[in-house]
Design a protein around this ligand. Structure first.
Ligand SMILES: [Zn+2]
Length: 82
């Protein structure tokens, strides 16, 4: 399994341990099946990492190389930590 870097804490982990997020029509979506086309941003399934990326929202745009609208932090946290 390839390794990816969490955009919250910068830890390098197996891709399967991280949640993949991608931009769909300009909105950030959780890519449950790691199958959405285009670039992905990876974050640990950890509330602290999600909090960290919301403090530096531009890191999503940098990772995805496009502007993206984020859901509320609590919504994304609910999806990732379910
Ligand atoms: Zn992390």
């Amino acid at each position: 399994m390839p390794e990816r870097t969490c955009i919250g804490c910068r830890a390098v982990r197996d891709k399967a341990e991280l949640a993949r997020l991608s931009a769909v029509d300009g909105a950030l979506k959780l890519d449950d099946k790691y199958s959405l086309p285009g670039r992905g941003a990876y974050v640990c399934r950890d509330a602290e990492c999600i909090k960290a990326v919301y403090k530096r929202r531009e890191c999503f745009g940098k990772a995805l190389k496009r502007a993206v609208t984020l859901p509320e932090e609590s919504v994304l946290r609910g999806l990732i930590l379910k």
